[in-house]
Design a protein around this ligand. Structure first.
Ligand code: ZN
Ligand code: ZN
Length: 286
């Protein structure tokens, strides 16, 4: 392993899983969404061309599973041109060091997320007291110490372009984390949301396990700026996406997506914002 890279001190496997774990769905010929335990990662690129990018890197200790999935779709020995991170939370960078070691490819994230990916800054403690179910309560177990990707991580270009994904642009969608980004393709209005909004109530273990589909704001226990989170959801709704691949939960498309996104924007304070929790500031919100 490259000694310049290391996971945070509190890095560990998390036992939570879901019925979707290990399942991959081809949403579009070049958009493949794979569920690793309780989080999604996305392979963007056409298997015929062999050019593709990996968006997010799953849970801890899942590198072999991800490599197998990649090779099943793109062929033995294939590897992405780059990794793009929606943000740096443990469930999106869980297996990234082994993947970089194997593939030796660049990783891109928003510049405001870089301190959390170079060992400089740790994320706030997950809020186990936030309104929500079992996953929220167990969230203090989740790693929040920063990983260090050394010189393997680069800031996304400031003009919105994404290296190796010319049809997509990144959109800054902070709130859940400072440098959170979503990826959008104008031509068919495909949106990869990360955790800006998700389609499962991620705080509730039962709903996570069954992947019961329900529009939801960002996972509560790690979201620290609800005002920014709301503005980010409004920004994404205004793009009028036709397909949304979310960081958690099953993808949503068409009218169902339009209706639910409208509902999330109109009722954000009720649906998304917890009634109580340490990152809820009443004055800012109501
Ligand atoms: Zn997250
Ligand atoms: Zn997440």
């Amino acid at each position: 392993m490259d000694k310049n890279m290391q996971y945070g001190d509190d890095y560990k496997s998390i036992p939570a899983t879901s019925v979707g774990s290990g399942v991959g769905v081809e949403l579009l010929p070049d958009i493949y969404c794979y569920t690793n335990q309780i989080v999604n990662l996305c392979l963007v690129g056409n298997p015929q061309s062999g050019d593709f990018v990996l968006v997010d890197t799953g849970m801890p200790n899942s590198a072999n599973e991800i490599i197998t999935e990649v090779e099943e779709r793109f062929g033995e020995g294939s590897q992405p041109k780059a990794i793009v991170l929606t943000h740096g939370h443990f469930d999106h960078v869980g297996s990234i060091i082994e993947l970089i070691d194997r593939w030796n490819i660049p990783v891109y994230a928003h510049e405001l997320e870089i301190p959390f990916l170079t060992g400089k800054q740790k994320y706030p403690e997950p809020d186990g007291s936030v309104e929500g179910g079992m996953v929220a309560k167990m969230s203090p177990l989740f790693p929040n110490e920063p990983i260090n990707l050394g010189n393997h991580i680069e800031a996304l270009p400031s003009d919105g372009k994404i290296p190796h994904l010319p049809e997509f642009k990144w959109i800054h969608t902070p709130g859940h984390s400072p440098g959170h980004v979503s990826l959008f393709r104008e031509s068919d209005r495909t949106l990869i949301t990360g955790d800006a909004f998700v389609t499962v109530r991620q705080e509730y273990l039962y709903k996570v396990m069954t992947q019961e589909k329900e529009i939801s704001g960002p996972p509560r226990y790690l979201t620290t700026d609800w005002k920014a989170a709301k503005e980010s959801v409004i920004k994404l709704k205004e793009l009028n996406p036709s397909v949304a691949v979310t960081g958690h939960g099953v993808p949503m498309t068409g009218d169902e997506l339009t209706t639910n996104l409208e509902k999330l924007v109109n009722e954000f304070d009720q649906i998304a914002v917890p009634d109580y929790g340490k990152y809820v500031d009443d004055e800012n919100l109501h």
